[in-house]
Design a protein around this ligand. Sequence first.
Ligand code: F6P
Length: 551
Amino acid sequence: MNEYNPDGLESTPAWLLLKENYADVGGKHLRELFAGDPDRATRFTAEGAGLYLDYSKQRITDETFRLLIQLAEQRGLRERAEEMFSGVHINVTEDRAVLHTALRDPRSVKLDVDGQDVTGDVNDVLDKMAQFADRIRSGEWKGHTGKRIANVINIGIGGSDLGPVMAYEAMKFYSDRDIKFEFISNVDGTDFAEAVLGLDPEETLFIVSSKTFVTQETMTNANSARTWILDALKDKSAVAKHFVAVSTNAELVEKFGIDTANMFGFWDWVGGRYSMDSAIGLSTMIAVGPDGFHEMLDGFHEMDEHFRTTPLEQNLPALMGLLGVWNRDFLGCATVAVLPYEQYLKRFPAYLQQLTMESNGKHVTLSGKHVTYETGPIYWGEPGTNGQHSFYQLIHQGTSIIPCDFLFFVEPLNKVPALDAPDHHDLLIANVLAQSSALAFGKTAEEVAAEGVPADVVPHKVMEGNRPSNTVMAQKLTPHTLGAMIALYEHSVFTQGVVWGIDSFDQWGVELGKIMAKKIVPVLVEGSDDATLDASTLMLAARYRDGKNKK
Ligand code: F6P
């Protein structure tokens, strides 16, 4: 294999040919592409780990497809993936392995990395989590006053929140309804106040989830939680019964007052946004039980294996990643809408925002050179059909092309009777199919005029179409399909990072704001001067202080 050159994208033969291909394909309409090639609806599809992907509504031809596959080969996608799976330090700027895939390896796998028995350690933590989850679910674990735990509150932010809250919402159907779950992330005190409102401290367990255990928001909320418990229970020893921690930092966990016997560990080779299937998923495991959690891990693993072994032409994450590169760098699309037609996936777009944007929102390559092409697009979205009545107007007729990922399931989890009306689920699916079709094919001026629309209104009703989309379909939302779906996006993000030559596993861009916030605190609280701050910030801080004093 040639040595990976992060800076070599624009001289890759396939990239150069894709430019030529775009000159041909870019001007073509999906109507034309389908008319000349109706078979593309069956050909441009792929299946794996229980998911079916239809990408026939992407603006590609067979030649584009062939070149995208070549691009992946020429950028060494396969080899880079093997490096990731085997523990090479591909997170170059932090000199770390990237081993979230090891979190879902079967017990039989033997993986030693940097002197660590990775699979053994992962399974030890999973077993400890399972024991604890069972004790909470069965009521064996009691609070300080002997009451069983009825409320579980995860305190964390970013990857230590978005994964747990998304997974809880996604698998609520399978969760223990006798336990109430809350998630506190924002340093805004309202988040805390609303989460604990009406809860009995004697029945409440806090899971403080933080990889580093220094994150300002999480530690502030954890301190408030400790105050809330101690105010009610008036005994320091109550902390041990009402707090557990998930972290890589045993020292700080102990300092906070949590018994490290009740700490669930993970490792620096699990990135925050890739951690929901590590101990960070403790709340998820309590909600759905150890079996449900393991079923989810199996779904992740099946997609890992699919990514690792399936030829690129049929490889879901590779294809989705490559199509994303095509849309971003050739079609010039700056954003992607993720549109799950499944109410339980309402937090999935928010989860994907961190996964995709913290991973691939990078401006330099692995060697530190400024990129001369676009990298990670903005991800956003809402569950269908709600979005249709708000922002879809812009997707259909706005001046930006927004590729969409439509997600749906054949079987609904809730069969809701609707006498004398079409079935909820049939309507839901009719809507998702209608949207991707309308976006792709639109409606011409002739078609609009033929409906008797007055000439002056015709331009307003024209739908240009030619808006690309993927459709991902699965039989049913289960822990298994959820795991597969998340891994699909993880590896599609990876694929793009490899093509772009960037470090998808660091996040230096979030640091400066954190440091500045620390500097600004004394300016707000003590009115101290800080000559290193800009004039606008100092003015705003002064106005805030005046306002505070007026109260
Ligand atoms: O600020 C970004 C970030 O570092 C994320 O990458 C991470 O998921 C989040 O903060 C929370 O970090 P921690 O788990 O260490 O509290």
